[in-house]
Design a protein around this ligand. Sequence first.
Ligand SMILES: [Zn+2]
Ligand SMILES: [Zn+2]
Length: 286
Amino acid sequence: MEVRVGVPLRDFYNGHSTEFELEKQQICEECEGSGSADGEVDTCSACGGHGVQIKKHMLAPGIFQQVQVQCGECGGQGKTIKHKCPVCAGSRVVRKVSTFQLVIEKGAPKGQRINYENDADESPDWVAGDLHVTLVEKEASLEEDNEGRVDGTFFRRKDDDLYWKEVLSLREAWMGGWTRNLTHLDGHIVQLSRQRGETIQPGQVERVASQGMPKWHEDGDSVYHSTEFGDLIVEYTVVLPDQMEKPMEKDFWALWEKWRKKNGVDLQKDSGRPEKPTMPKAKDEL
Ligand SMILES: [Zn+2]
Ligand SMILES: [Zn+2]
């Protein structure tokens, strides 16, 4: 039996002990799997307890075919019950919700499978198989999982690394002199900052060492082993203002003109492209 359990990224990061509920087939407790209210089960008289009946078909005059069919009286069980169990209606099993303990280990990989021995659907006719739980990452939701408005809730995970997009204003990207405090998945702060004069290009990527996911290890954090971490990869997005008050626009324009004339770079000139669009030569009649 296969089930998928959605786990928030936070629990993959910190490790978490939780439980989940699952509806499965279980042996009826009322009748202990007999299906009978009084415990009495009779051998089916129609099939003699075999669960099957032999039927003869005449294919042509004098030619018969024997076919083995499931006994209609007992449904192939070979047994009949006079007084059916009121809980399971004689089916010997019920569908019930069970609760399972689930331990998510620190740094557990996405798609990790956890095995619960003999916890699959039960039946009086077979030994229950195993229940396999696959851990999948639950999509982050602002309301549900993020009371503390933790940035880390929206980190994206790729193996042991985490990814984050940080937005800078034009002024910050260009002039520097800013600080950002990212709250990580356990609440600790990762500080991103630039001194005045340090520029960030749009799309620039910064790798913050050891601020990614814990690398899963069977010994966890113990005397034998201390957890190592992947990296946090920050990509910067720069947002340009699309509106400006008139006086401000005038100020900036004047400033640009002043400095452009002094030591501006003319990208058009540097590109080596022609100044004017080149016109195709007059068509040759041939
Ligand atoms: Zn029952
Ligand atoms: Zn029968």
